[in-house]
Write a protein that binds this ligand. Structure first.
Ligand SMILES: *Cc1c(COP(=O)(O)O)cnc(C)c1O
Length: 393
């Protein structure tokens, strides 16, 4: 009888979706409404008022033309991005070397649609940015998880071997790496590029989302003479414009031509282009905030170490700290103090984004309380713990 059939909500797996998506979860950093949010590596400073005014002006101008499709090739924006890269990256670039999309995630998706896809594979060295694996999956590209040393630097010999054995079509190198903050040496990129060309050839993507926060220069000069190398960038972090959704890449002009094979026509709205152009007019002011954040990042490293945490050296606007026997519980205890950090699933470690000085103080107070409790809870077991750790080291 119809009416007696039990009604249950339709689940994703009831739908005729692709097999490789069954049982999977979407990207989801928890967004909780707490006073101090230091979990998604955003810039804590709102855009300065003169820039807000300039955005309003440029968007008003663009609005008059919204009956028409936007500039499909985003020529003015790509020209300005090339100018910014040339000025700051130590390597001359033009419009032809630069491509832009809705966040660097879309840039990476376009690269995987072009160079990955069904029957092809991509490799990354984990822990690293989880979206590289997720976008690979979304584009039907097989994912290979490559190794790192215990200190989170790339194990060059092991990485070369993984590339040689698997002959991936795309190689991801994140520098500075997320969630560890680790910058990658130019020599490492060159070694992996050579291995990837010998095994493949393959496209090597250097994800420089955080490079403006680094102690080291950009890897952009490596593009010279390497047509299978791509550097991806974003305005989400250093430019403090995560809400804008603007990412871009620099590469040989042939790569820029290649991604046009898969990009949707008019993918970058006229409003986005106008807003990004306004932000680029204020580059110097925005990079001033980067200097402040670098100082705060360095302060976090120093103070966390003074509290007794282990901290991974950071070249980014965040810091990986630990180690905790039970990082999910440590995450929860910090949250109890109104501070949201990120558990990236790296056992023993958590990640905190550098915020304003006041936000960082609140975070440091929360960790201090956590470490004090921990000391009291465990004063009896500590000596046993220590000898155990020394044995396993
Ligand atoms: C935040 C981040 C990005 C930025 O993605 P957008 O889509 O540009 O916001 C890219 N790569 C890494 C490693 C990141 O951490």
């Amino acid at each position: 009888m119809e009416g007696s059939r039990s009604v249950r909500p339709v689940r994703i797996d009831d739908l005729p979706i692709r097999d490789e998506l069954r049982g999977k979860s979407p990207y989801g950093a928890p967004q909780l409404d707490v006073p101090v949010q230091l979990n998604t590596n955003e810039n804590p400073y709102p855009l300065p008022e003169p820039l807000v005014e300039r955005i309003a002006e440029r968007v008003r101008e663009a609005a008059r033309g919204l009956n028409r499709y936007p500039d499909r090739d985003a020529v003015e924006l790509r020209t300005e991005l090339a100018r910014y890269l040339t000025r700051t990256g130590g390597h001359p670039l033009t419009l032809a070397h630069v491509w832009a999309a809705n966040g660097s995630n879309e840039v990476l998706q376009q690269l995987l649609q072009t160079f990955g896809g069904p029957g092809r594979t991509a490799i990354g060295f984990e822990p690293s940015y989880s979206m590289h694996a997720l976008i690979s999956r979304g584009t039907g590209t097989g994912w290979i998880s490559g190794p790192r040393h215990d200190d989170f630097t790339i194990d060059v010999a092991a990485a070369q071997q993984a590339i040689t054995e698997n002959a991936p079509n795309v190689v991801f190198i994140t520098s500075p790496n997320n969630p560890t903050g680790t910058a990658v040496e130019a020599d490492t990129v060159l070694a992996l590029y050579e291995a990837a060309q010998a095994a493949g050839p393959a496209l090597v993507v250097v994800d420089e989302a955080y490079v403006e926060f680094s102690h080291r220069p950009s890897l952009l000069p490596l593009l010279e003479g390497r047509p299978n190398l791509v550097v991806s960038r974003t305005m989400s972090k250093a430019f403090g414009a995560a809400g804008l959704r603007l990412g871009y890449l620099a590469a040989d002009p042939a790569v820029v031509d290649a991604v046009q094979l898969v990009r949707l026509p008019y993918h970058l709205s006229a409003v986005t282009q106008a807003t990004a152009l306004a932000a680029l007019e204020h580059t110097d002011t925005l990079l001033g905030y980067v200097d402040q954040l670098k100082k705060e990042r360095d302060r976090l490293v120093t103070e966390l170490r003074a509290i007794g945490c282990e901290v991974t050296d950071s070249d980014a606007n965040f810091v990986q700290f630990g180690r905790f026997d039970d990082s999910p519980t440590a995450w929860r205890r910090i949250l109890d103090h109104g501070v949201l950090v990120r558990d990236n699933g790296v056992p023993g470690w958590l990640r905190v984004t550098a915020g304003t000085p006041a936000e960082n103080d609140a975070f440091l107070d929360a960790v201090r309380a956590l470490m004090t409790d921990r000391g009291t809870d465990r004063s009896t077991e500590r000596s046993t713990e220590r000898s155990k750790r020394e044995q396993s080291a």
